[in-house]
Design a protein around this ligand. Structure first.
Ligand SMILES: [Mn+2]
Length: 365
């Protein structure tokens, strides 16, 4: 298991030095942020990113993400051109020796929350989705801006896209568009040596009358069957899949995908979920719905060698971040917690933990 951490590039208030200081930290999860969605990532941009990370003594273990253009999701006539650009980005990521790309196929909105600072009993706050907060809200009518929404669209463009989904694109259509995309890109990913990892919809159910398809066990099975290759895998985001009031058994889903050797990336965050919605919690098993020890035990049992990153954290200790959920402190606590679970489970199973550290850490003697 490669412990990894998301980094939003040079403008991230969390620095590579901060990340390097977390014990057992090896991988950086990042992206090229200065190329518009739909255009190919030039090799030089990828190489520049790689150089910055390597100079800090770390490696890029995952690209999160290469965004999929809306016109590909909607199956518009210009999708072929956009898919060619996507392939070029994959090739360039492969040339840089980066082994995994995370992406998602959520219509219009990426992750959606109703409150970025929802109080927790421990005196901190975290991201939450409270269904009643959004009662009667329609993104086409209202002016409410929700976090995670793509601000690169004008109000009118956004409205047109939403109306197109609502009127013309069923879940089955969206599946077809995903299948078309997968069958196009996967041979290129295989040749480039880049494993693809689709992220679930977050939350894992339809919102605002938009179709959503990566929502649970059935979708994972169907998705993996589209293209039978270890390069066509998933991001097992246990927090996203568990945000469905108990509908998804994320431990069973993790084992299923491990058996098929298709977990290409792990997102580890805990949530409490109910009929009312869900809220993110500390990573510790006891504070949320997910048995994190069981998740890590399975990763160890199946000798899983991919990257795991602590997902969103709570806002603690005056943490500063431009990106909700991505402060340094609680994610660092999460990394340390998962390293502990990893070491304990490796030893319990008679295996040797490997944090990528070749010698004990000492300064000048
Ligand atoms: Mn995630």
């Amino acid at each position: 298991m490669i412990m990894s951490f998301r980094w939003y590039g040079k403008n991230d208030p969390v620095t590579l030095e901060d990340i390097k200081a977390i014990p057992g930290m090896q991988g950086i999860v990042t992206a090229v942020y200065d190329v518009p969605v739909g255009e190919a990532w030039p090799l030089e941009n990828v190489m520049e990113l790689k150089k910055a990370v390597e100079e800090a003594g770390l490696e890029i273990s995952v690209i999160e993400s290469i965004p999929v253009h809306e016109d590909i999701k909607q199956g518009k006539p210009n999708r072929d051109e956009l898919i060619e650009n996507y392939k070029e980005s994959i090739r360039n990521v492969g040339k840089a020796g980066i082994p995994v790309v995370c992406y998602n196929f959520m219509p219009v909105f990426d992750w959606t929350r109703s409150d970025l600072n929802h109080p927790l009993p421990d005196g901190t706050t975290s991201l939450a989705y409270v269904k009643t907060d959004l009662d009667g809200f329609d993104p086409v009518e209202g002016d409410l801006d929700l976090p995670g929404w793509d601000s690169s669209y004008s109000k009118q463009e956004m409205k047109d896209i939403i109306e197109n989904y609502r009127n013309n694109i069923s879940e089955e259509d969206l599946w077809n568009n995903l299948e078309y995309f997968i069958k196009e890109i996967m041979p290129v990913a295989e040749e480039a040596g880049v494993k693809m990892a689709i992220h679930p919809d977050d939350p894992p159910y339809g919102i605002f009358g938009l179709p959503r398809i990566m929502t649970g066990q059935d979708s994972v099975e169907r998705f993996l069957d589209i293209y039978d290759s270890e390069y066509n895998g998933i991001t097992m985001c246990v927090g996203s899949y568990a945000s469905n009031n108990g509908a998804n058994d994320v431990v069973a889903m993790t084992e299923y995908a491990l058996k098929r050797n298709r977990i290409n990336f792990m997102h580890a965050r805990n949530v409490v979920s109910g009929e009312w919605g869900f809220q993110e919690t500390a990573h510790l098993s006891e504070t949320g719905d997910i048995d994190m020890n069981e998740i890590v035990r399975l990763l160890v049992e199946y000798d899983w060698e991919g990257s795991l990153r602590p997902d969103h954290g709570r806002r603690i200790w005056g943490d500063q971040t431009k990106t909700p959920g991505y402060g340094l402190y609680d994610r660092a606590l999460g990394a340390t917690y998962f390293n502990g679970l990893y070491e304990a489970n490796m030893r319990a199973q008679g295996k040797t933990p490997n944090f990528g550290t070749t010698e004990k850490t000492v300064g000048d003697k």
